[in-house]
Design a protein around this ligand. Structure first.
Ligand code: NAG
Ligand code: NAG
Ligand code: NAG
Ligand code: NAG
Ligand code: NAG
Ligand code: NAG
Length: 493
C-alpha cells in the first residue's frame, strides 16, 4: 500500500509541479502582446512585381550547400499573396500588434540611394498595413531584417561606410510612403547577427568570413545609419506622424559558470560584447569601455597601426547618444560564460577579443535548434540586467520562442511560453522592471535562414508541400490566445 502510494504519488507531484510552476499573477492592463515574422522568411514572391534581388535570394540561388536541404525563400509562406489570411490568423490570436519587416529590394529594387521606388512594393505594404489597422491590429515595422539588396553587397555591404547613406535614403522613402499608417518603427533587427554571422563567421548571407575586422566595420556603419535615421525621423517626420523609433538588439543571457570573480567578469564581458556593442552607443554614445580596451590592446599587439574597432568622433558620440524611444530585445536562451586565458596574439577574431568560453548545460531541455536550450529563468535575469545597465528604460521583448521539428500538438512550445512569460511577469511585478510588450516568434513556421524549413518556430504550422501553403493553428496558438484573453498563464488567476 505504502509502496503503491509512493509510486503513484511521485509522478503526480512531478506533473503538478511541471504544470503549475508559472505565476498566477495577471499581466498589467497596459501590457501588450504581439507576434512577429520577417519579410524574407514569409513573403515569397521573390521576383514578382518588380522586386530586386537581395543577399538571401542570391545565396540560396548560387550556393547549393549554404542552406540545409537546398531550401530557399522563393515562395516561403507565400505571404505576399496571402496577407489577408495572415491578418485573420493574427486577429484570431487576439494580439495587440504584428511585428513584420519590409523587404528593401521590394521598395527600392536597385537598393542604392536615388534609384526609383517600386510602387507595387509600396502597395503591398500599404495593403498589409491597412488590413491590420482595419482589423484593430497595430503594425510594428522593422525596416531591415537581414535581406540586404544584392547591389549593395556588390559594393561591399555593411562594412562599406557608404551604406549609411543608402540606408537613410531607404528609411526616408519608407517614412514618406508608410509613415501615415505606422507608429512603431525598428531600424535594424539583430545587428549582431547581421555583422557577426554575415561578415564575421560567414554562416549567414552574405557569408563573408572576416571575424574581428569586417564584423566591427559592419556594426560601425549600421550604428551610424541607425542614429541618422532616428534624427531624420525626429527632424522631419515625428511632429506629423507621431510615432516611436528604436533598434532591436538580441542577446542570450550569460550566466557565470562559477561564483569566481573571473567568471562573473566574463559573463558581463560577454553581455557587453554581444548586446552592449549596439546598445551602449545608442544609449550612452560609444562602445562599451571593455570592448574598446580589449580590441585596442589586441590590435596593437597584432601590429595594426589603428584599432580594429573603429572610433566614433566626439561629434558622432553626441549624435548617436540617446537615439532610442525604447529598448527592444530579442532573446531565446542562456549560456554559461567562463573566463579563459588570454588567447595568443596571432589569433585574430571577435571571439579572442571577447575572451570568454560559452557553453550550454546538457541538463537544459533541448529544442530543434542546436543553440537553443529552454532556460526560463534566463529571461528574468536578462531583463533585470538590461534595466539596471541602461537606466530603467521601457523594454519590449520583440522576439522569443522555441523550435521543434513539427506537429500541431506542441506541448513543449506551450510550456516554453508559459514559463518564459511567467519569468517576465515576475520581473515586472517583483523586480520593478519596465517590460511593456512581449512578441512571440513566430506567427507561423517559416524559412529559418540557413536551417531552411526544418526548424519550426510557428504558432501556426504551414504545409510547405502544398502550393496553398495551408496554415493550421497549433496547440500553442490556442494557449497564447487564452493568455491574451485572460491575461493569466495558468488555469485561473
Ligand atoms: C557555400 O556555402 C558553404 C557553407 O556555408 C561555404 O563553406 C562555401 O564557402 C560557400 N561557397 C561559396 C562559393 O561561397
Ligand atoms: C493591393 O490592394 C489593391 C486593392 O485591393 C490590389 O489591387 C493590389 O493587387 C494589392 N497589391 C498587392 C501587392 O497586394
Ligand atoms: C500622439 O500619440 C499620443 C499617444 O498615442 C497621443 O496621446 C497624442 O494625442 C498624439 N498626438 C498627435 C498630434 O497625434
Ligand atoms: C514604463 O515606461 C513608460 C514609457 O517610458 C512609462 O510611461 C511608464 O511610466 C513606465 N512604467 C514604469 C513602471 O516604470
Ligand atoms: C519536450 O520536452 C521534453 C522535456 O520536458 C523532452 O524530453 C522532449 O524531447 C521534448 N520534445 C520535443 C519534441 O522537443
Ligand atoms: C487553401 O487554404 C485555404 C485557407 O487555409 C482553404 O480554405 C482552402 O480550402 C485551401 N485549398 C486547398 C486546395 O487546399
Amino acid at each position: 500500500m505504502v509502496t503503491r502510494l509512493v509510486l503513484f504519488v511521485l509522478p503526480c507531484v512531478l506533473l503538478f509541479e511541471k504544470a503549475y510552476t508559472a505565476t498566477n499573477r495577471t499581466f498589467p492592463s497596459y501590457f501588450k502582446f504581439g507576434v512577429a515574422t520577417a519579410s524574407y522568411q514569409v513573403e515569397g514572391a521573390w521576383n514578382e512585381d518588380g522586386k530586386g534581388e537581395n543577399i538571401w535570394d542570391h545565396v540560396c540561388h548560387t550556393n547549393s550547400t549554404f542552406i540545409d536541404n537546398k531550401d530557399n525563400g522563393d515562395v516561403a509562406c507565400d505571404s505576399y499573396h496571402k496577407y489577408k489570411e495572415d491578418v485573420q490568423m493574427i486577429k484570431n490570436l487576439g494580439v495587440d500588434y504584428y511585428r513584420f519587416s519590409l523587404s528593401w529590394s521590394r521598395i527600392l529594387p536597385r537598393g542604392l540611394a536615388g534609384t526609383p521606388v517600386n510602387q507595387l512594393g509600396i502597395n503591398y505594404y500599404r495593403n498589409l498595413t491597412q488590413e491590420l489597422l482595419d482589423n484593430g491590429i497595430e503594425p510594428m515595422v522593422t525596416m531591415f531584417h537581414w535581406d540586404l539588396p544584392e547591389p549593395l553587397q556588390d559594393i561591399g555591404g555593411w562594412p562599406n561606410p557608404e551604406l549609411e547613406d543608402h540606408f537613410v535614403y531607404y528609411a526616408r522613402t519608407v517614412f514618406e510612403q508608410l509613415g501615415d499608417l505606422v507608429k512603431f518603427w525598428m531600424t535594424f533587427n539583430e545587428p549582431k547577427q547581421t555583422c557577426q554571422e554575415g561578415y564575421g563567421l560567414g554562416v549567414m548571407a552574405p557569408g563573408i568570413k572576416s571575424s574581428g575586422i569586417a564584423d566591427y566595420k559592419c556594426a560601425h556603419t549600421l550604428i551610424k545609419a541607425h542614429a541618422k535615421t532616428y534624427h531624420l525621423y525626429d527632424d522631419e517626420f515625428r511632429a506629423k506622424q507621431n510615432g516611436s523609433i528604436g533598434i532591436v538588439a538580441d542577446t542570450t543571457w550569460y550566466e557565470p559558470a562559477s561564483g569566481s570573480d573571473a567568471d562573473k567578469a566574463a559573463a558581463e564581458r560577454a553581455l557587453q560584447f554581444k548586446f552592449g556593442w549596439f546598445l551602449n552607443p545608442i544609449v550612452n554614445g560609444n562602445y562599451p569601455q571593455v570592448m574598446i580596451d580589449r580590441v585596442d590592446e589586441r590590435s596593437k599587439k597584432q601590429g595594426f597601426a589603428q584599432s580594429r574597432l573603429p572610433k566614433f568622433t566626439d561629434e558622432e558620440i553626441e549624435y548617436i547618444k540617446g537615439t532610442h524611444d525604447f529598448v527592444a530585445v530579442n532573446t531565446y536562451t542562456t549560456n554559461y560564460a567562463q573566463d579563459v586565458e588570454e588567447p595568443d596574439s596571432d589569433e585574430l577574431s571577435y571571439e579572442s577579443d571577447m575572451k570568454v568560453e560559452l557553453f550550454l548545460d546538457d541538463d537544459w531541455e533541448e529544442s530543434a535548434s542546436s543553440w537553443l536550450r529552454v532556460v526560463p529563468w534566463g529571461i528574468r535575469k536578462l531583463v533585470n540586467w538590461v534595466s539596471k545597465t541602461y537606466n530603467n528604460p521601457e523594454i519590449f521583448i520583440t522576439e522569443n520562442g522555441v523550435s521543434d521539428r513539427g506537429g500541431i500538438e506542441d506541448e513543449n512550445r506551450t510550456s516554453f511560453y508559459r514559463e518564459y512569460l511567467s519569468n517576465i511577469l515576475e520581473a515586472i511585478e517583483e523586480d520593478g522592471v519596465n517590460v511593456t510588450r512581449y512578441t512571440a516568434w513566430s506567427l507561423m513556421d517559416n524559412f529559418e535562414w540557413a536551417r531552411g524549413y526544418a526548424e519550426k518556430y510557428g504558432l501556426y504550422s504551414v504545409d510547405f508541400k502544398s502550393s496553398n501553403r495551408t496554415r493550421t493553428p497549433k496547440a500553442s496558438a490556442d494557449y497564447y490566445k487564452q493568455v491574451i484573453t485572460t491575461r493569466c498563464l495558468v488555469n485561473s488567476c
